[in-house]
Write a protein that binds this ligand. Structure first.
Ligand code: KIV
Ligand code: ZN
Length: 453
């Protein structure tokens, strides 16, 4: 069956970064942007250049070094913002200016204090100015789902006439429902003159836990771009989660005849990298990438899983990149295995950097025998990140670790009792802190050769 291609617009670095505790510096944003590129997203919203010097520098650095996806920068519908966004984006291989202006009466009256007519003009002028710099211009009527639909269509018509190529419909406050949002998209398609020249996009927030469902409803109604974030991070309850939307389309192909360019095996590594950078853990029961997403504790479930995993699993852990627990890391492991596991966790090292991590790894493996993912993440964050950040996916509750352990044993025919699922951690397993400059005495290059790496 021919499946319709959906553009995945990732806003982890912009809307996601706006969530408490998730701010990132330029280097961290650059690292994540390269991983988003590996993941296969079509558009990376790299930041809001007028917001700060750091945001400007991050957008500029990403625009200069990440060339496959489109790089977008956010701007309010005013000349200063739009010019600043263009300054940050102008060296991108595929730049996009994303202009936004609130359109709901509640925002116009209480926040912007402007009448509808001024809003209409300002939106069109903003898009015209952006278009004078850049062919690819997106417009978002903020709080669209609480905007009078007739006025919304009027604004959308004006910005399409001014040259907008993507019309993004934000459910800014996470208020809509799938049925209502689908209907709104259909109304826009029917009423806005010139709509066929633009791509309709959905941007949903999760205040009622409906962001992924609303995004899918918009797609079913004709939206062809979806805006989302890794781990669903974002303002308040967050944005629609990229992994949930992508995997819903993949797992339910029978019902959702859509496709994306996302490499699903990169979902878990990307999620882990974001958690490691921000220090914000993924909730254990989070769909797709939470540490319990593939864990089975109840006896009936375990019995079914042992007989056939299809009884309780609608996708395999491997399909979303959960590392294969058969690759046991211990003191006999070499750089190759370590490098692969680091990549599965979202860390890509040049040889020299891998050597540095490897020396610390060997010291650790000598002490604790078997190095689990959480030990490795801790070691990597001690090497790279400020030590004050908490570990991702950290728990001190035994039942969770136990549930996760069952999963590993079920999947790994060789049964490793006591092996926690990737991400599970208990305080007493915490790895010893090692000095940054310690040198391991063994496992030199020739020895790696002996170990077949
Ligand atoms: O939620 C929202 O309305 C936004 C816009 C800037 C697109 O993030
Ligand atoms: Zn938003």
């Amino acid at each position: 069956m021919q499946r319709t291609r959906i553009t995945v617009f990732d806003t982890t670095l912009r809307d996601g970064e706006q969530s408490p505790g998730c701010s990132m510096n330029v280097q961290e944003k650059l690292r994540l942007a390269h991983q988003l590129d590996r993941l296969g997203v079509d558009v990376i919203e790299a930041g809001f250049p007028i917001a700060s010097e750091g945001d400007f520098a991050a957008v500029q650095a990403i625009a200069a070094t990440v060339s496959r996806p489109t790089i977008a920068g956010l701007a309010r519908a005013c000349p200063l913002d739009i010019e600043r966004a263009w300054q940050a984006l102008k060296h991108a291989a595929r730049p996009r200016i994303h202009v936004f202006l609130a359109t709901s009466d509640i925002h116009l009256k209480h926040k912007l204090r402007i009448p509808r007519q001024q809003c209409l003009e300002q939106a069109a002028e903003g898009v015209s100015l952006a278009k004078s710099f850049c062919e690819d211009v997106e417009f978002s009527p903020e709080d669209a789902t609480r905007t009078d639909p007739d006025f919304l269509c009027q604004v959308l018509e004006a910005v399409v006439a001014a040259g907008a190529t993507t019309l993004n419909i934000p459910d800014t406050v996470g208020y809509t429902t799938p049925w209502e949002f689908g209907e709104l998209i259909r109304t826009i398609r029917k009423k806005v003159k010139g709509i066929e020249k633009a791509t309709i996009s959905a941007h949903c927030h999760d205040d009622l836990g409906l962001a992924a469902a609303n995004s899918l409803a918009a797609i079913a109604a004709g939206a062809r771009q979806v805006e989302c974030t890794i781990n669903g991070i974002g303002e308040r309850a967050g944005n629609a989660s990229l992994e949930e939307i992508v995997m819903a389309m993949r797992v339910r192909q029978d019902h959702l005849a859509y496709d994306t360019n996302v490499l699903s095996e990169q979902l878990y590594p990307t999620s882990q990298l974001l958690s490691e950078i921000t220090g914000v853990a993924v909730q254990p029961n989070k769909a797709i990438i939470g540490r319990n997403a593939f864990a089975h504790e109840a006896g009936i479930h375990q019995d079914g899983m042992l007989k056939n995993p299809l009884t309780y699993e609608i996708m395999t852990p491997q399909s979303v990149g959960v590392p294969d627990s058969k690759l046991v890391l211990g003191k006999h492991s070499g750089r190759h295995a370590l490098g692969i596991r680091c990549e599965q966790l979202g860390f890509h090292f040049e040889r020299q950097d891998l050597d540095r991590v490897y020396r610390r790894f060997v010291l650790l493996a000598d002490k604790i025998k078997r190095v689990e993912d959480h030990h490795l993440l801790e070691l990597l964050s001690e090497t790279q990140a400020p030590p004050s950040k908490p570990q991702p996916a950290y728990t001190d509750t035994a039942p969770l670790a136990r549930a996760a352990t069952v999963n590993t044993a079920l999947r790994d025919g060789s049964q490793h009792p006591g092996t926690p699922f990737p991400g599970a951690i208990s305080r007493n397993l915490k790895s010893p802190v090692l000095p940054l400059n310690s040198m391991a005495e063994h496992h030199s290059d020739p020895e790696d050769y002996l170990w077949g790496v």
